[in-house]
Ligand binder design. Structure first.
Ligand code: IMP
Ligand code: MG
Length: 176
C-alpha cells in the first residue's frame, strides 16, 4: 500500500512565495551581487527556483552537513560532509535552507560561516518550524512558518523519498 500524504502548501502557493522572496532579495541587494550557499540535499529545488528569479548577479555554491541523533531528533552535533568549493570572504552570502527545525544545523553552520569573513551573511529558509527550536536562529527570509508536522516535497524527504513532489505535503500514514 502507498504512504498517505496530504497537501499542506500547494504548488501555486509555493511558487508565488518563491517569487516574492526573489523580488525581496533582488531589491535588498540592488547594485550588488549575491552568493547563494545551497545546503544539500533538501534545498536544491528551492535554491534553483529562487536563483532563477533573482535579478542581481548570482553565484551558487553547495555545502552538505549531517547531524547525529536518534533518527528523529538532531543531537546538536553537526559535521560538515561537503564544504564550499569557493571562498565566501568578501561576498554577500545567503545560506539557503529547506527548513529550520531545532535550529541545531543552522546555528552551527552560521557560526562557521561568520568566521570565514563574508561581506554580509543572511539566511533564507523555505520553511520554519519555530515550535521545535532549541537553538536561537534568526531567519532573514522565510517562505512559510509551519506547525510542528513532518513534511515532505520540494526537496524535503522522508527516508530519502518524496523530494520530487512539487508541493509541501504532510506524511499522514506510512505503509511499509
Ligand atoms: P535542525 O537542525 O533540527 O533545524 O534540522 C534541520 C534539518 O532537519 C533540515 O535541514 C531537514 O533536513 C531536517 N528536517 C527537519 N524537519 C523536517 C521535516 O519536517 N521534513 C523533512 N526534513 C526535516
Ligand atoms: Mg536540510
Amino acid at each position: 500500500m502507498k504512504d498517505k500524504i496530504s497537501v499542506m502548501i500547494p504548488e501555486e502557493e509555493l511558487m508565488k512565495r518563491v517569487r516574492e522572496l526573489s523580488e525581496q532579495i533582488s531589491k535588498d541587494y540592488e547594485g550588488q551581487s549575491v552568493h547563494l550557499i545551497c545546503i544539500l540535499k533538501g534545498s536544491v529545488f528551492f535554491t534553483c527556483e529562487l536563483a532563477k528569479r533573482i535579478t542581481v548577479p548570482v553565484t551558487i555554491d553547495f555545502m552538505q552537513v549531517s547531524s547525529y541523533g536518534d533518527g528523529t531528533k538532531s543531537s546538536g552535533i553537526v559535521r560538515i560532509t561537503k564544504d564550499t568549493d569557493e571562498t565566501v570572504e568578501g561576498k554577500n552570502v545567503i545560506v539557503v535552507e529547506d527548513i529550520v527545525d531545532s535550529g541545531n544545523t543552522l546555528y552551527f553552520l552560521l557560526e562557521v560561516m561568520k568566521q570565514k569573513k563574508p561581506a554580509s551573511l543572511k539566511l533564507c529558509s523555505l520553511l520554519d518550524k519555530p515550535d521545535r527550536r532549541v537553538k536561537p536562529v534568526n531567519v532573514d527570509y522565510t517562505g512559510f512558518v509551519i506547525e510542528d508536522k513532518f513534511v515532505v516535497g520540494f526537496g524535503l524527504d522522508y527516508a530519502q523519498k518524496y523530494r520530487n513532489l512539487p508541493y509541501i505535503g504532510v506524511v499522514e500514514e506510512i505503509n511499509e
